[in-house]
Design a protein around this ligand. Structure first.
Ligand SMILES: C[S@@+](CC[C@H](N)C(=O)[O-])C[C@H]1O[C@@H](n2cnc3c(N)ncnc32)[C@H](O)[C@@H]1O
Length: 254
């Protein structure tokens, strides 16, 4: 008998930003895998088992969850934000592709979640209102020169960029290096948003021009959004500034 594997996201941290579909998957599951701070966000019942693990063990965690689901168990894999954005859904697909044929018969239900860049963008205005991309600055799973090439190409293409995994103790210099590259390609006035812990009690939003953007203002819980030359800042009396990217972009007249 084959069980079921749900792959869900908790949203960025606020319980209000977890989808009803993800909550239903939680209610329907008996065993929960995930990085422990994410699994700890769930209000589990006494019969629901936590099998939390450290952050660097994604593939082993995916395999363990699939093994349990293959034995007939109702299993839930928990990510923060959206499970498909730099998170566990890809690790689960990778494990299924390389794993035994029984794993391909497991019912797999991946539910979308609110990813960090959307939560940050909503807090500050609409910086993702025009074309944008998401880039992980972690060079654990791809070479740094691929990241720098993508940064230059995205800047040239006029895309707003959302940086995930901008900085950590093990990767202290990458965000500063990314700002240096972008300062060569974009005007110094381009707004840079440091969205920290969106949706959590310690949430903090900060906007700086690219010319002065300071990588030390980010930590592991920060999603950094770099605007374009078109991204605008609207001052409002007694209220935080709004940052938005206009929907319309004038083309070259031919
Ligand atoms: C491994 S990625 C996981 C992303 C997650 N799956 C998502 O969809 O948001 C972790 C990165 O997401 C970003 N992040 C996660 N939660 C956040 C939050 N509440 N506020 C701002 N950024 C967050 C940070 O850049 C962090 O380094």
């Amino acid at each position: 008998m084959s069980g079921i594997l749900y792959v869900i996201g908790t949203g960025p941290g606020s319980p209000d930003q977890m989808t009803p579909e993800a909550l239903k998957a939680v209610a329907d599951s008996n065993a929960f895998f995930g990085y422990f701070p994410y699994v700890d966000r769930l209000n589990l019942k006494p019969h629901q088992r936590k099998i939390a693990s450290d952050n660097r063990e994604e593939l082993a965690r995916a395999r363990a969850a699939l093994e349990l689901a293959a034995s007939g168990e109702r299993v839930c894999m928990v990510s923060g934000g959206d499970p498909g954005v730099f998170a566990m859904a890809a690790a689960v697909c990778e494990a299924i592709e390389a794993g035994p044929k029984e794993w391909k018969a497991i019912d797999l239900v991946i539910t979308p979640g609110v990813t960090a860049m959307l939560a940050v963008a909503a807090r500050i205005g609409a910086p993702l209102g025009h074309d944008f991309c998401a880039i992980s600055l972690s060079d654990n799973l791809k070479p740094w020169d691929v990241i720098t090439r993508r940064l230059r190409l995205m800047a040239e293409a006029g895309m707003v960029m959302a940086f995930y995994n901008p900085i950590s103790k093990a990767r202290p210099w990458q965000l500063g290096a990314a700002f240096d590259i972008l300062r060569e390609c974009l005007p110094p006035t381009v707004p840079v948003i440091f969205g920290r812990a969106a949706g959590r009690p310690d949430e903090a939003m900060l906007v700086m021009p690219l010319g002065e953007a300071d990588a030390n203002r980010a930590d592991m819980a920060t999603c950094v959004i770099v605007g374009t030359a078109e991204t605008r800042i609207v001052s409002r009396p007694g209220k935080p500034d709004l940052v938005y990217s206009p929907r319309f972009l004038a083309g070259d007249s031919k």
